[in-house]
Every structure is written in C-alpha cells, then in structure tokens.
Ligand binder design. Sequence first.
Ligand code: ATP
Ligand code: MG
Length: 581
Amino acid sequence: MTDTATERTNTNAVANNFIRSRIDEDCAKKTYGEKVVTRFPPEPNGFLHFGHAKSIFLNFGLAQDYAAQCPQSLCNLRFDDTNPTKEETEYVDAIREDVAWLGFDTSGREFYASNYFKRLYHCAELLITANLAYVDSQDSDAMRATRGTLTEPGKNSPFRTRTIEENLDLFRRMRAGEFIDGAHILRAKIDMAAPNMNLRDPAIYRIRHAHHHRTGDAWCIYPMYDFAHCVSDAIEGISHSLCTLEFTDHRPLYEWFLDRLAELGEFTRPLPQQIEFSRLNLTYVVLSKRKLIQLVTGGHVDGWNDPRLPTLKGARRRGFTPEGFKRFADRIGVSKSDSLIDYSVLEDCMREDLNERAERRVAVLDPIKLVLTNYPDGQTEACFAPNHPHHAELGTREIPLARELWIEREDFMPEPVKGFFRLAPGKEVRLRYGYIIKCTGFDLDANEQVTCIYAEYDPETKSGTPGSESRKVKGNIHWLSCKHAVPAEIRLYDRLFAVPNPGAHREGDAPDLERDFLNDINPAAKNIQTGMVELALAQCEPESCYQFERNGYFVADQYDHTAGKPVFNRTVTLRDSWGKS
Ligand code: ATP
Ligand code: MG
C-alpha cells in the first residue's frame, strides 16, 4: 500500500456495517435461534497487538450488542493452539490478561482448540471412511510440484487411489507414532483441478513429533489450521466466524469440511458461517507478530511491553486506555476492503478519551529556575488549580507559591523572536493560577546558557481575586515552587517508526531495492529526562493518568513508578504535532 492510500477516518461509524446486516438477517430469520455466538481465536504464539484489539472489540462487542435481542449471545476466547512448536503458556496468560484489560470477562468462555484433538481426529477418520480423505506419502517437493498453478490444474497423487482400509490403517499408524515427521500426510480428497488452489486436496493432518504446551506428548500428529478452525467453530456452536480478508479464498474449504461432516452426521445444521473483514493496518507501526518478535529479540525496543510497541502490553504501559481503543474501533468501523489507517486517528481517540478522564496536574519537564525578587523569602502561599476544567465536581487543589520557582526552559527567551508571547526581559506573563510577573533579568553560564531568570510579581493580580483580570497579558505559563516540587523521570515517547510504511518502497527507489523495516525505526522515539512534578504526583498509583498542563497526557509507569522515584511516560501530546515542528 502506498502513502496516498492512507485513510483518515473521522466519522463515528459504530452504526451499521455489512457484518451487522448479515447478523440482523439471521436474527430476523432465527437462523441460529436466539443467539449470536462469535469467537476471538488467537494463536498463543506471541503477544496481542492493536490489530487484535480491532478483532476483540468486533467479536466481543457483537455478542454484547446482540444480547438484548438474542439473549443467548456469547463470545468465546479460543486459543487456537494446534501448532505445538510455536506456542507457549506464557502467551496464553498474556492474551487472557489483555482481553480482560480491554474490558471483556472471559471466565467460563475460554476454550482451547487442543481440547478438541480427539474430536478432530475422529472427524478425520470419518472423512477417510467416507472416502473423502487419503494418506499421501509423496514428499513435500513432489507435492508442491503436482499442485499446479493459478492457470494450470494440479496432478493427482499416485496415492490418491488408496483404499479406505489402507488409509485408515496408515492414519492410525501415523497417530501411533510409527512414522517420522513428513513421511505421510492426510489430505482431503476434493479436486486437484479446482480453480481455487485451497481446494486442491489440502492437508488435514501432519506428523509432528513435538511437545505441545498443553497436551504434552499425547499426540504426534496435529491438524492443519483450515481443518481445525472450522471444526472448532462447529464444536463450540459458533454462528458467525469472523476472520480477516486473507481467508476469503479459504471459505469454500471451510464450508466443504463442515458440509461433509454434517452430511456424515457429525454436526447438525445450521453450521457456522465464515465472514471476512479487513484487517487493521496502521501507519508508523508494524502489526505482525513476526516483525514484532524481530523488534524485541533484536533489542530494538525494551521488551514486549515497551511503550513504543503496538502491542497491547506496550499500549497499556504507554497509557493508552481500553476506552480509547473502543473509540478507535468504533471510528474505523469494519469494511470489506483493505485500508491503511493513519496513526493520528488512534492518537486522537486516546486524546479524546484522556481529555475527559485525566485530572490536570503541573509538571515542568525541562526546568529552569525563576526567582521572584520582590517575593518575601521563606513565605509560601496557596494558589488553587481546578483538577479538571470540565468537571467542577473533581474540585481544586492547592499549588503553593514561593520565591523560587521552576518554569519550562522553553518559556523564556533572552532575545524573543517575533510572536513569542512568553517570558522575556522586560515582558510580562501570568503565572497560571498565580500572579502577573515581569522579567527583570537573567544569568548566563560560560556557554551562554541561561541558568536563572529574575522577575517581579504584581501583588494586585492574583488569579481569582477581584480586579486580577483588569490587566491582560498574552502569555500564561505553568510553574512549580522549588521547595514543593519533586524530581521525576520523564519518558517522552514518540512514534516507533519514522516513516508511514516501514520497510515499504518509496518514491524514487530502484524497483529491485529491498528495504528493511528495521532501518525505518525512529531513533528519537524514546527520550528520557528529569523533570519536576507536584509533590502529590509522586504518591500516585502506577498507571494513574494525568494531563500535565500544556505538556500532554502522561501515565505513572506501570512497573517502575514509586513514591521514592516517580516515573511518568508520555502517552500522547496535546495536539497532533507529528512532522510539524
Ligand atoms: P499476525 O499476522 O500478527 O501473526 P495473526 O492473524 O497470525 O496475526 P492470530 O493470533 O491468528 O494472529 O489472530 C487472532 C485473531 O485476530 C484472528 O481472528 C485474526 O484475524 C485477528 N487479527 C490479527 N491481526 C489482525 C489485524 N491486523 N486486524 C484485525 N484483526 C486481526
Ligand atoms: Mg494467524
């Protein structure tokens, strides 16, 4: 996909979509009685990413939404764990946690495809008995060579005519462990000339002498995805099996397996139906477990929960919220054509959510000292700041003012450029919630760096007192009293990649140039500095989120934040400023 295909979706389209229309029809006809049953079927071979969030909100969301109309509606969390070598319990636990974090309770609705191994095996024997499956003993090269192409039909395997008895015997011996990996494979007997390659006698079972994280060494043959998936759906009584568009060409196979097994009396109709939707593609990140693994194992990020990563674990640590993801899922909707969503759409959703929920606090991220020369030494007075401008019920809090303050380095310019309305020699600004001050001077070090700023305050201008607004100033800056602030580690995060399409061709590239997505990593995506924060912020619980006034949304780090050493991560800036500074 090219940059120009980038789509900025701004409509709030929870409304209707083609999946809901299909379900509405089924509900009207009572195709599945009083229920809509969906499932979210991750393979436990990695951590969930933003793309999975789309699928989770879709599947769990549909079951929730239709519960009013069809009371028995449900969504299952199914671990699609039929591939023994890549899967681990660690991932199972992490996936369950992520789904719960997004707000869905899966207790009593957790299933494992590996629990169906016996039933799957039984279904395979049924197909053999009905002469609908056979054991092929060609090696993988021969099988590939006889598969044909999109324009040429494939060739029948010399083993396709084996008798039912011979097939049953071989298949049972495959299960008993008599053969090495790859010696035989069980294939559906469909049509080697089918225009759809997926119907050219696809594999059903393969030999894999491998330890499975749940079934141990009980099995040495494992079902293939296309077979395991539809059978698992049928076992669980799924009505609508939603998957991404790349499975569209697999649908005839999904239906073939279930129709045949229904004819053989194994499943009753109505059977589950597969419906495809477009996967989430997002600019400035990669959403593929394979690439995410490379980023982690290559040390390009600090683990699976690095706030720069588009994993749900990373998102949580970054301060992204489940409600923000819900907003995002509603906004992008579901469609039947692939699109690339601009990362700013996700950031906007997080901002909108945080704007509502996050209390305001003051933090000075790049502090420089300001001395109010006419303010009595040793005196402290209370200024009051609202905790949330839209929620008066959240009250105000006291911000103490004293003679020595911290302000942001960038709020002062010794020689102000045109249009700079903050502090500069001889200029006035308002200390937010405090007084109007006038800059009277500053100190420089040997490198011409400003080290301290001096100002005088006007006692008649305290915010909230009568007449304080009579004199207007353009600048309004935040500050903290040095005595009442504590240092905090501030981790400023930005987009993981510097280009919208990591690893993709760019204009002017030679046609054969291969770009590596790792070369597109944004080296400035993580910046750590020491700032000053309100005293009370040190005491907050990990994962508390705030708007640091004028600075953006921040969250207390899930793991590292303590009262003794506060750590805050920047979730998102206040405005979309990517590429604009
Ligand atoms: P990846 O391509 O990252 O390895 P996957 O498709 O192999 O992902 P699964 O664990 O098989 O990951 O996915 C579980 C469910 O999540 C599937 O139903 C899949 O369609 C859905 N899903 C995965 N990636 C996306 C995405 N980018 N957008 C929407 N749904 C997705
Ligand atoms: Mg997959």
